[in-house]
Design a protein around this ligand. Sequence first.
Ligand code: SAM
Length: 300
Amino acid sequence: MGYAHRVILRKGTPETADASTTAPDLRPRLKKLRNKVRKQEEQLATLRGSIANLRGTVDKQARELALLRAASLDIFPDIPVSADVRDLVAAVREEGLTFLEEMHLLALVSCVLEMEQAGREGMVIEAGTARGGSAIVMAAAKAAGRPMYVYDVFDTIPPPTDADSDDAQERYRTIAEGRAMARGGETYYGYRDNLLGEVADSFARHGVAVEGHNVSLVQGLFEDTINIDGPVALAHVDGDWYASTMTCLERIWPHLVPGGRIMIDDYHMWSGCRTAVDEFVATHSDVQLEMRAKVHLVRS
Ligand SMILES: C[S@@+](CC[C@H](N)C(=O)[O-])C[C@H]1O[C@@H](n2cnc3c(N)ncnc32)[C@H](O)[C@@H]1O
């Protein structure tokens, strides 16, 4: 319409003239142009899709790289991890016995090996075990005779408290309502009838039977069971919520030997855990905080 109007004015044709009779037939050109526009629009959409995919891939790679970089900081580079232990790490993950990433499990192993190499005295602790994966790899890396205590309710996780935020409350609602899922469609650990027995079997199946490796599986709430009466060299605390984490810190810390460390799994995952650690660190001057892939509290 606008184009025909301009043609009429340029040629000085009376304003009342019919454009279709005076203007050249532009329809074929217009059709061509429209086709060209449509094609270019399609190409642009395809390009945009490819860019979005690429961006997704780049973001994923960047996240993985960040994780690897951070996790590699947890590994004592001069202490080799044997192929057997690496295979074990892969096996417990394969079986769905742990929530931890491979690099985080290797980092735990590395800390156990460093403790052995340094000859630090004391027991090893894991508080928060679920199906046992992280405890199994720690047990395999320690000297067989060194005592290890593994604390867990071996049942459904206790509820968070008011000190935990919405993230924990929401997660607990999912668990309590029976909606929690395990990887690979298996039954979620908190709904299993004999979790304690299963964990003991898993230790044995993976070559670290609790009897032969001085491991004690202690069932009950941390509040009731963690009563330590000897030195602690290393602890892995993986209890998700504020009260669980705080109980572990308060009960374990006084027994930690110099150079001993408590590795906290959930600092970056659950708000209550983060609050507990922050509060604990703020009130203890002998804590050396190491912000690694996971947070470590080292006794100075
Ligand atoms: C995230 S899972 C542990 C995961 C495990 N470390 C792994 O390798 O995947 C947390 C565990 O802590 C236990 N837990 C949390 N708070 C507890 C408490 N106050 N007393 C006893 N067990 C507790 C839960 O029942 C659950 O088994």
